[in-house]
Design a protein around this ligand. Structure first.
Ligand code: ADP
Ligand code: MG
Length: 757
């Protein structure tokens, strides 16, 4: 850790002056402790309120309140973390340091200063857990805290969002924002304004999942993908009709392949304007589904349906689907009924969601490693908070093998060997198939592990909590962002002494992740709060990330009989490959970021207009000015109130319709600029120019369409029957997430997938 501090200072993070000042304020808070301990509850709460703008007074009062209400006396490092959060940083605190409490202390501080806080968690189970756990602290101060539950309806959500501190899972929040901004009356909305977001596991939300679009769709039979295209693609030959790039990220149709497709479909050139947007995309998508998406890695087939495996969490994702064309192509490939896609009404990325908050801060065990992204994309600074007790975990160097099979055998042998000593073992695997293969191999050897790839966060949390019990073997996919603490000796710590004696939790990784940060998330499960523990990764030279990142480099090494490679050049090769993969991901991120930023900005403009239409009679005024005779007529039939309601509904309908179409247009646009990029135009500039023009068109068309409807719509004494006039909203709406990364290990999102975002 000392080495990291030096590194961090060199990067110019908040070490030095700010950190020193923080420590001084925490020390000042500590000095107030004896005095505050003497106060009655009411006086203490009053002291917190009075001291809300004075850091030592506030922190001291919060420490005492925490002790009295939830029975935890915050450590100095937790106060320091809370302080850095209050100043708007991303705080790095290791796993098990008590970030939940730090976050809650900061939330209380913000709330006392009059700002509603959204405490954003990774999942709804954690939102509920944290709200219940930290609730008494807020109550003591006369503040309210609430959690949003997945099953909560609009009324329950509205009530919860009115609390001073709202614990909510990032996806739930995003979907509520989407539904709110499509509301047809202000009273339908559930959210209350909150200027502050405190994001737990901040790198998970802000970096790993930031570009995943949350989608609000309406039922309307979508363009079903041509079954013929799937058939044609099935007849193509790899290497002849198409090629797959080294990293298995992209498929390219060859010239002869294109001609073959043209012949089989009986069409002219695939690259004609007539086919580029339609048939060519379908062919590419079908190829993509055939070659790059692997059953039991990227998706599983269950109950006759394709269920996606969440790329970053490595488990089945209920709410996720791929962009419609891709989803349908995979369904076709598996011979399943093709589900119909609805029309996308609106979409939102987590990047755009977080951009709505004037104040953003967060905490994670691995903030420094994501420091570039936090700074570049969110303007956030990272603060490092040292662990309460120094970390004594032993991180062994990677054990490198020639092939995946060698590495797998070595992992099995290592798990069995460590298990034989009674030490608990946690194995982090990279995907569901691997976790199942490993569990099967271990069971074969007589050690049945607990396997985590269920869909129930709460049940999973209970299993993880036991992962530190003696003799336990737990196999999990992707531990990042799981948010459950692993105590040595089991959830109640009953057999702690025994496990400490044995050397603590042993963490084994079955391969490096796409970023070292995710490796660190896994390692961090061992050695919490100064516990003993160890970590080691088993790496194969034919692992995806080693091959992709190390492509083109010659590495001549001599494996030993069991495939192990001890040559130091192999370790350097693996590190370099991971860094290359990280860099590729970062640049893709930056590009996608720019696309999304523009779309987000446009939606903001539209929202302003939408708000005005909802909250005022602007729609009526505009239509009456444009169509005075018709306005007089409508008012005479329906009366002033219903006439205004009708005008509002008509305007909103055309605006929302226009936005939905605009989103579809932007998708097409992104696809075509991508193709044109070959002609040396900068795709993003090109996209900007065209997107801005399209947005102007949207506004004009919405007004023209509204005038047209206003003139022709049937009006009665009750106003306009929107449903009967075909102006209603879709009969059903639903939400889902688009899988950001259909390619497992897929650092570079393939061009095809990118087109859909
Ligand atoms: P993190 O999110 O940083 O991994 P948690 O917030 O889940 O950690 O807390 C980990 C454990 O530490 C919890 O069991 C919690 O009860 C305990 N804990 C947190 N703060 C304190 C404290 N000040 N004193 C004692 N135990 C604490
Ligand atoms: Mg946590």
């Amino acid at each position: 850790m000392a080495g990291m501090n030096w590194f961090w200072r060199a990067l110019g993070g908040r070490q030095g002056r700010d950190q020193k000042r923080s420590l001084g304020l925490v020390a000042a808070a500590a000095a107030l402790e004896p005095e505050l301990a003497e106060l009655g509850d009411a006086e203490l709460a009053e002291r917190a309120r009075a001291g809300r703008d004075d850091a030592p007074a506030l922190l001291a009062a919060l420490r005492e309140i925490s002790r009295r209400t939830i029975g935890l006396r915050p450590f100095d490092v937790q106060l320091q973390g809370a302080l850095r959060l209050l100043e708007g940083d991303v705080v790095q605190m290791a796993t098990g340091e008590g970030k939940t409490l730090s976050g809650a202390l900061a939330a209380a501080g913000f709330a006392l200063r009059g700002s509603r806080v959204h405490a954003i968690t990774v999942n709804s189970y954690l939102a509920g857990r944290d709200a219940a756990w930290m609730g008494p602290l807020f109550e003591f101060l006369g503040l309210t805290a609430a959690a949003i539950g997945e099953a909560d309806g609009p009324a329950a959500r509205r009530a919860a969002y009115a609390a001073d501190v709202v614990f909510v899972a990032v996806n739930e929040l995003g979907f509520d924002v989407l539904r709110d901004r499509g509301a047809l009356a202000t009273g339908e909305r559930v959210l209350s304004p909150a200027p502050v977001a405190i994001i737990d596991e901040a790198d998970s939300a802000l970096v790993d999942e930031a570009l995943v679009p949350l989608v609000l769709a309406g039922s309307e039979p979508g363009a079903s993908p041509a079954g013929r295209v799937t058939d044609v693609v099935r007849r193509l030959t790899r290497g002849e009709d198409y090629t797959v790039d080294e990293g298995r990220r992209n498929v390219f149709l060859t010239d002869s392949g294109a001609r073959r497709v043209e012949r089989l479909l009986g069409i002219g050139s695939l690259y004609d304007a007539a086919h580029v947007g339609g048939t060519l995309t379908q062919v590419n998508v079908a190829l993509h589904a055939r070659e790059l998406l692997r059953r039991d890695v990227d998706y599983i087939v269950r109950d006759g349906r394709v269920a996606l495996v969440d790329g970053s969490r490595g488990r089945v994702a209920d709410l996720q689907r791929w962009p419609d064309g891709l989803q349908a192509a995979v369904e076709a490939k598996e011979g399943l009924d093709v589900t119909e896609g609805g029309r996308v009404l609106d979409s939102l990325t987590i990047q755009q969601l977080i951009g709505r908050y004037p104040v953003t801060c967060g905490m994670t065990g691995t903030a420094v490693a994501a420091g570039d992204q936090f700074r570049e994309f969110y303007g956030l600074t990272v603060s490092v908070v040292e662990p309460n007790v120094p970390c004594i975990r032993v991180d062994e160097p990677d054990r490198i093998y020639a092939t995946g099979a060698d590495a797998f055998a070595a992992v099995v042998a290592e798990v069995l060997a460590v298990h034989a000593t009674g030490r608990p073992v946690l194995v982090g695997t990279r995907d569901v198939a691997e976790s199942e293969a490993l569990a099967a191999a271990l069971a074969e050897a007589g050690v049945a592990p607990a396997v985590l790839n269920a869909k129930n966060d709460e049940a999973e949390a209970a299993v993880i909590a036991e992962a530190g019990a003696p003799g336990r073997v737990t196999v999990s996919t992707q531990m990042a962002g799981r948010g459950t603490d692993i105590r040595l000796g089991g959830a109640d710590g009953a057999r702690r002494g025994e496990v400490v004696e044995l050397g603590g939790l042993c963490v084994i990784g079955t391969g490096r992740h796409r970023t070292a940060r995710l490796d660190d998330q896994l390692r961090g499960r061992a050695g919490r709060q100064g516990d003993p523990g160890s970590s080691v990764f088993f790496v194969a030279l034919d692992d995806d990330i080693v091959r992709e990142g190390g492509a083109g480099e010659e590495l001549v090494v001599q494996p030993e009989d069991d495939g192990r490679i001890r040559d130091p050049r192999a370790a350097a090769h693996v590190d370099r490959a991971q860094r290359v993969t990280e860099a590729t991901m970062l640049s893709i991120h930056a590009t996608t970021w720019k696309y999304n930023k523009l779309i987000g900005d446009q939606r903001d403009i539209l929202d302003e207009r939408r708000d005005r239409l909802l909250a005022t009679d602007a729609a009526w005024e505009e239509l009456a000015a444009a169509e005075p005779a018709r306005a007089a007529e409508v008012e005479a039939i329906a009366g002033p109130a219903a006439a205004r309601e009708a005008a509002r509904g008509i305007m909103l309908h055309h605006l929302d319709e226009g936005w939905s179409r605009h989103l579809a247009d932007l998708d097409d646009l992104r696809e075509s600029v991508h193709l044109r990029a070959l002609a040396k135009e900068s795709p993003i500039d090109e996209f900007h120019r065209a997107a801005i023009a399209a947005f102007k068109g949207l506004a004009e068309r919405a007004v023209a369409g509204a005038r047209e409807t206003f003139r022709s719509v049937r009006v009665t004494a009750e106003g306009v029957d929107f449903a009967a006039e075909g102006l209603g909203r879709p009969t059903a709406t639903w939400t889902y997430m688009v899988n950001d990364n259909p390619l497992s290990g897929g650092s570079a999102v393939g061009a095809i997938a990118a087109l859909f975002r």
